[in-house]
Design a protein. Structure first.
Length: 271
């Protein structure tokens, strides 16, 4: 049995079980616990990189039809990289996996949450260091190689205020130099790929690299090892440092360098 949480409100209870080929009791097909939504909604307030097209929902139909039934349909338009989304390795590494080529094993696994929100609050250009990761390990043990590493900066609380979240609400190429938000230091990314080869890295800011990056080194280091990134996550404060399980499923765009992402975490009931 698990409780489902959307926006922090318990909306129901469901039991998820898999069908058995032979008669007998159904077995669990899903980790037990509380489901926490780690994704922002896509709408007119969704934040994007200053040079990217923003989200648009074009109404095609809404209302009663001549046949006497209600019908609603829309067209949607979005850049790959905006809102809660995945960066596939090909985004910064030639010949690496596209969104549709990522194995499902990369997109689900035990979560490790490293909280640097105090440091990020004091310095919006903060970069998560190897020392931050080692300090976390001194308390919680080594980051397991199959983990999904989530970096909590606390910036999701600022969404969707572009100035507070991104550092600027300006659009266009000249606005890129005005971006200020935390990210992962390239040296820490290198340490991870060598010492703690995680399945994926997620963060509650607009990019794995901090806003003032010009070389996007953390992206390049991770993506050369086919480690994807989840960006613009939210609600990481609802997750324990260890013990949650993350499932992050993107839109399966053939050849895509990124895609909208619906990420959820299963948090054990006992926590």
């Amino acid at each position: 049995m698990m409780r489902i949480i959307a926006g922090g409100v318990t909306i129901g209870a469901v039991t998820i079980a898999m069908a058995c080929a032979a008669p007998g009791p159904a077995s669990s097909a899903f980790p037990a616990g509380v489901l926490v939504d780690l994704s922002h909604s896509y709408d007119g307030s969704t934040l994007y990189w200053p040079t990217s097209d923003t989200f648009r929902l074009e109404k095609v139909s809404e209302g009663m039809t001549p046949g006497g039934y209600y019908y609603a349909a829309n067209n949607l338009f979005t850049a790959e990289h905006g809102g809660t989304h995945i960066d596939a390795p090909i985004h910064f590494a030639a010949g690496r996996a596209t969104v549709d080529q990522l194995p499902l094993e990369r997109l689900a696994g035990p979560a490790v949450v490293v909280d640097v929100s105090d440091r990020a609050e004091a310095n919006r250009d903060y970069q998560v260091t190897t020392d931050d990761l080692l300090q976390w390990e001194s308390v919680h043990g080594s980051i397991p190689p199959e983990a999904i590493l989530l970096l909590r900066t606390g910036f999701s609380r600022r969404w969707p205020d572009a100035i507070r979240y991104l550092g600027t609400d300006e659009r266009g190429s000249e606005a890129v130099a005005k971006l200020h938000f935390p990210g992962l230091h390239p040296d820490a990314a290198r340490w991870l790929t060598v010492s703690r080869p995680v399945r994926a890295v997620g963060i509650d800011t607009a990019s794995i690299d901090f806003g003032q990056s010009t070389g996007f080194e953390a992206h390049r280091v991770l993506f050369e090892r086919d480690i994807p990134a989840f960006e613009n996550l939210t609600a990481l404060e609802r997750l324990p440092p260890v013990g949650a399980f993350v499932i992050a499923l993107p839109m399966k765009i053939g050849g895509g360098s990124g895609a909208p992402l619906r990420a959820v975490a299963v948090v054990p009931e006992s926590r």
